[in-house]
Design a protein around this ligand. Structure first.
Ligand SMILES: [Mn+2]
Length: 323
């Protein structure tokens, strides 16, 4: 707490392939720190995904794409706050610089902690979103939340609860959402920004993707891929495929949804599972992490090799789930 109260130039970090929870939490905390006279900096690995651009009109966002700029940034800072991230490897270019930092690293997260990440943990795996932990922290500190910060945390909530539908949706997050509305959050604005700005190219990509989806293991596994060729032929962007894994999960009878996306190097993997199958156990086999039922990773082989590796891992997981 004192580290937060006393900092001047804090860095706020999420995780590679930033989502609405990590970014919303970072934006809300950054705004509160700025009001206190700090010069916070939200650090990303890629430009703010377009879908979240409504959250960051005034925030200082820095995109770090090499280790030298990461080192320079850390040299000028006096605190780092890592949000929604339970693995050093998910810090991307900032990992080494932060490992060497001489200032404290605060971790605010709701993922199961895999390894000791920092001495200053605010980890609560029962929290539906990291944004919820940030709200509770701001309340405890007595720091005000403005309307834009409230929208940012509302974005975090809907990102991680699937618009208050998934199993982590509980009384605590609903009560917190009420407090956000009292602070000026506008659900309609967030819904319009997140859900009503899809491109035709993205819709066409979804069509191509769905045509290739396969069911196997008696309908227990749904698997789908997005390839470079699909992006090229539709003109869609990577952000257009963010929600595709949920298209797989919503098929009746599916226990494991596996989504593969070709990247500039390797393949990004997303898993969604129904208990007792564990998405986290799958992701850990692919340099990844996440939640028990929603996790992701990557594989540094070509698509076919990745498909083979995923099929092996998933078969084992389905067997374990049935045992
Ligand atoms: Mn989260």
């Amino acid at each position: 707490m004192n580290a937060l109260r006393e900092c001047h130039r804090p860095l706020l970090l999420g995780h590679i392939q930033i989502d609405g929870d990590a970014l919303g939490a970072a934006v809300a905390l950054s705004r509160a720190l700025r009001v206190r006279g700090c010069a916070p900096c939200v650090v990303l690995e890629e430009p703010t995904p377009k879908i979240f651009d409504f959250l960051v009109p005034e925030e200082t966002v820095l995109v770090i794409t090499d280790e030298e700029s990461a080192n320079n940034l850390v040299a000028a800072a006096d605190l780092a706050i890592v949000l929604d991230n339970n693995a050093w490897s998910r810090l991307g270019f900032m990992e080494q610089a932060l490992r060497n930092a001489t200032f404290p690293v605060i971790c605010i997260d709701h993922h199961p902690a895999l390894v000791p990440f920092s001495a200053l943990h605010f980890v609560d795996t029962r929290a539906a979103a990291t944004g919820l932990l940030v709200l509770e922290l701001l309340e405890e500190l007595g720091w005000p939340l403005d309307a834009m910060g409230a929208d940012a945390l509302y974005t975090a909530f809907v990102n991680d609860t699937g618009w208050f539908r998934w199993s982590n949706t509980d009384a605590r997050v609903f009560a917190a959402a009420e407090r956000l509305l009292r602070a000026g959050a506008k659900p309609e604005r967030v819904a319009a920004a997140l859900g009503q700005r899809e491109s035709l190219a993205g819709k066409k990509l979804l069509g191509r993707f769905l045509e290739g989806v396969t069911l196997s293991h008696n309908g227990r596994l749904a698997l789908g891929c997005v390839t470079h060729a699909m992006f090229a032929s539709t003109g869609a962007t990577r952000a257009d495929s963010e929600d595709f894994v949920n298209q797989l999960r919503s098929i009746e009878g599916v226990e494991i949804a596996a989504f593969l996306r070709e990247e500039s190097s390797g393949v990004k993997l997303s898993f969604r599972t129904r208990a007792p199958a564990s998405a986290l156990r799958l992701a850990l086999q692919f340099e990844g992490g996440g939640h028990v039922l929603a996790a992701g990773g990557r594989h540094l082989g070509p698509l076919q090799a990745t498909l083979d590796a995923v099929n092996r891992a998933v078969s084992e997981e389905l067997e374990r789930a049935q045992a």
